[in-house]
Design a protein around this ligand. Structure first.
Ligand code: PEP
Ligand code: MG
Length: 580
């Protein structure tokens, strides 16, 4: 028996067989060749293209049989790219004249395609480079013999361990056979962790070397409450973990009974507690956990695992499903926040030296106004069915908000012209998650109907700590005085302009922080469904007056650990403590 420790990324305990998977993206090296090797390299290229073609044809017939018609169009596009003569002639020419290996030559062809596509004016056609990238990646994989290992779909009771699991992979995990996940990298506020919690999949992250040190098939216990992974447990440890698991599930079950109780303090102050969701299936869970609507719907998940963007109708259908799931409560839809650690197909992380500071979120949306307007129109159309709010992510200044709002107005005019109904007074908010937005909060507050603080990013950018870097997780401090001062400033700016201050980062879901957030004056907290009841329980045991005192008390300290000690001395987290 041995124990590994990591970051407790998603609660719950699971026992199963380990299944190690490798989802690392392919590395390509270029090296010089002798003239006699030219024909060999050319033949390797031709063979890899043929193998890729056969694979795609197979995939196409499989999808046709399994109702995957929607995706057939993309496979056909990929087959057409593959059949393009120029792909072969240009690459062969580079092998011959550049005297380099086939992989290097193919990468150079891709580079030229990227340059050509970047010059295309039509944004839709310009973005088709992603299809070319996908196809070339397939050919490169075939040449290297490295296949992107598929996620296991039919093995039962497995616990997946991987160096990394992308958010896109998380969406493809089959909950019926995968019991938990373990990764070597990633932090609690990474999107993979957020999705694990949304899917109620226990997870431990940042477990160094686990994929090299262990073999497939060993029995493991993943304890997502303590952040440990126990390998080949002895009988006694197994029984102990089983009892912890039962106890955790019992407490969860008991908590569910408190779902109908109102989110109100001892002295009658109401706070909206809402859910963060990624896929429509989560809507029911938010209501079951007593959430009064959705404070953050991360729409980017709909854009993942596919070769092209969903059109307006598809978006409308998905948003409508979500709206119906939580009606009559309000739904806050955030516009696409892709980039950073949430890559869409064809977005190459390596292409940006600093993805977290790169073409993310509103920057991406504003760079493709036609796609952005499709999303805005779809959101507007759902607003005809019930209360919907719209929210822009990663706002850094006024120009971005104004441009986004201008496009929203255009989208409204387009709908009006077609006689399509929507809520013309739809509320528009911005996420405050970049330090510049905190500094400008008073000015931003005049432009919008509400603020929602994204503490996951705000902490990352304020403290210059990569939220996904497990090595720095101890420095990722929500109670850092710089963060607390920012929060105070945001609420003051919002209330000064008469708009509500909401908070939808992971900080909202940790009951330890509830007194500060309440005392600072936040009007709404939005969190993973699984956290709502614990937070509500603390809220119901607290008075506003006491929360204000606690919040003020926090500002007397100058380090995060001092604030934490003070906070812990002020409140008892009965429920959580009884589990940990
Ligand atoms: C945040 O940054 O706190 C947030 C809620 O958005 P996301 O986690 O999707 O970046
Ligand atoms: Mg964010």
């Amino acid at each position: 028996m041995r124990t590994f420790s990591g970051i407790a990324a998603s609660p719950g305990i699971a026992m199963g067989k380990l299944r190690i998977i490798d989802r690392r993206s392919i590395t390509v090296s270029e090296y010089p060749i002798q003239s006699e090797a030219v024909s060999h390299e050319t033949a390797r290229l031709a063979q890899a293209i043929e193998v890729t073609r056969v694979d795609l044809e197979l995939l196409k017939s499989r999808l046709a049989e399994t109702n995957g018609e929607d995706h057939l169009f993309f496979i056909e596009t990929h087959l057409m790219i593959l059949a393009d003569e120029r792909l072969v002639t240009e690459t062969t020419e580079t092998i011959r004249t550049g005297m380099i290996n086939a992989e290097g030559a193919l990468r150079r062809t891709l580079h030229r395609y990227r340059e050509t596509f970047a010059r295309i004016d039509d944004p839709y056609l310009r973005e088709r480079i992603s299809d070319v990238e996908t196809v070339i990646e397939r050919v490169l994989r075939s040449m290297s013999g490295e296949t992107l290992e598929p996620l296991p779909q039919h093995e039962n009771h497995i616990i997946i361990a991987a160096h990394d699991i992308s958010p896109a992979d998380m969406l493809q995990i089959n909950r019926n056979n995968v019991l938990a996940i373990i990764t070597e990298i990633g932090g609690r506020t990474s999107h993979t962790a957020i999705l694990a919690r949304a899917l109620e999949l226990p997870a431990v992250m940042g477990v160094e070397g686990i994929t090299d040190l262990l073999l497939d098939g060993v029995s493991v216990i993943v304890d997502g409450l303590s952040g440990s992974v126990i390998v080949e447990p002895d009988q006694e440890t197994f029984q102990l973990s089983l009892r912890r698991k039962q106890h955790y599930e019992y407490v969860e079950y008991e908590l569910l009974k408190t779902a109908p109780l109102p989110a109100v303090t001892l002295d009658g102050h109401t706070m909206s507690l809402r859910g963060n969701v990624e896929i429509p299936e989560e809507g029911a869970s938010v209501l079951a956990h007593g959430g009064s609507g959705v404070g953050l719907y991360r729409t980017e998940m709909l854009f993942m695992n596919r070769a092209s963007m969903p059109d307006e109708e598809e978006q409308l259908i998905t948003y409508r499903t979500m709206q119906q799931a939580i009606a009559p409560h309000p739904l806050t839809i955030r516009t696409l926040d892709a980039g950073g650690d949430k890559l869409l197909e064809g977005m190459d992380q390596a292409a940006e030296a600093n993805p977290a500071l790169g073409v993310r979120a509103i920057r991406l949306s504003l760079s493709m106004p036609d796609e952005f307007k499709k999303q805005l129109r779809a959101i507007l159309r759902v607003s005809a069915d019930g209360p919907v709010r719209i929210m822009f992510p990663m706002i850094s200044g006024l120009e971005e908000v104004r441009t986004a709002k201008k496009l929203l107005e255009e989208a409204k005019l387009e709908l009006n012209a077609s006689g399509i109904r929507f809520d013309s007074a739809i509320q528009v908010g911005v996420m405050i998650e970049i330090p510049a937005a905190v500094t400008l909060a008073d000015l931003l507050a005049r432009e919008v109907d509400f603020f929602s603080v994204g503490t996951n990013d705000l902490i990352q950018y304020t403290l210059a700590i990569d939220r996904s870097n497990e090595q720095l997780s101890h420095l990722y401090q929500p109670l850092h005085p710089a963060v607390l001062r920012s929060l105070r400033r945001i609420v003051q700016a919002a209330h000064g302009a008469g708009i509500p201050a909401c908070l939808c980062g992971e900080m909202a879901g940790d009951s330890l922080y509830l007194p500060i957030l309440l005392g600072l004056g936040f009007d709404e907290l939005s969190m993973g469904a699984g956290s709502i009841l614990r937070v509500k329980q603390i809220l119901r045991r607290c008075s506003m007056e006491r929360a204000v005192r606690i919040a003020e008390g926090c500002f007397a300290f100058s380090t995060a650990s001092e604030v934490e000690m003070y906070l812990k001395s002020q409140i008892t987290l009965d429920v959580t403590e009884s589990i940990d």
